[in-house]
Design a protein around this ligand. Structure first.
Ligand code: AP5
Length: 171
């Protein structure tokens, strides 16, 4: 099964992916983690990605589409993904053909508060603002593109309840 978790930064995508992969054995594919790993290796590419991530801007569409495709084909179509696609262009470059797409709905003010409490390297006030802004730009188009397999979930509920709603919709 090919599952996508969509939502603004801080909406709880990682939290839910960890539970889904632990309980059901889906391979977790996190775009942000793949990029953080490359950034950590340094060099020209790593340093460039690191500075883009620190600013809250998006890494270029061609690079992320290529990286995610390489990961997706290793999984035998049994994965739960987050962080891709983030633009319409990325869907055009590589659409994994998801069986289910979950959108975690959380108000902007709530996601900002959650991220401030988390303390990740790219969780500075400026980067949070930018991340939320750029990731909202194509969200409506992405939701519309996946409308036939889309389930909207109230992401403000407690973590266990969000997970239960996702589980119930997997069957
Ligand atoms: P990425 O690492 O993907 O970050 P993000 O989308 O900003 O998502 P986060 O990891 O911040 O949030 P999350 O939704 O996973 O929430 P979490 O579970 O941690 O991307 C980082 C950067 O990489 C981007 O800015 C960009 O530069 C680049 N990038 C990535 N993908 C790209 C792409 N496709 N194209 C181009 N560039 C790309 O939860 C947040 C907090 O809330 C936690 O503390 C958690 O405990 C808490 N929480 C979770 N659920 C609940 C709940 N139900 N109730 C209360 N608290 C909760």
């Amino acid at each position: 099964m090919k599952i996508l978790i969509l939502g603004l930064p801080g909406s709880g995508k990682t939290t839910q992916i960890d539970s889904l992969s632990e309980k059901y054995g889906f391979v977790p594919i996190r775009m942000g983690n793949i990029l953080r790993e490359i950034a950590g290796q340094g060099g020209e590419t790593g340093d460039k990605i690191k500075s883009i991530m620190a600013s809250g801007e998006l890494v270029d569409d061609g690079t992320v589409a290529k990286l995610i495709k390489e990961e997706a084909i290793k999984t035998d179509d049994n994965f739960v993904m987050e962080g891709y696609p983030r633009t319409v262009k990325q869907i055009e470059l590589f659409d994994p053909g998801f069986d289910k797409v979950f959108y975690l709905e959380v108000p902007i003010e709530v996601v900002k508060d959650r991220m401030k409490g988390r303390g990740r390297a790219d969780d500075s006030d400026g980067a949070i603002e930018k991340r939320v802004q750029v990731q909202m730009e194509d969200m409506e188009h992405i939701l519309d593109y996946y409308k036939n397999v889309l389930v909207k979930v109230d992401g403000t509920l407690p973590i266990e309840e969000v997970f239960k709603t996702i589980e119930d919709n997997l069957r």
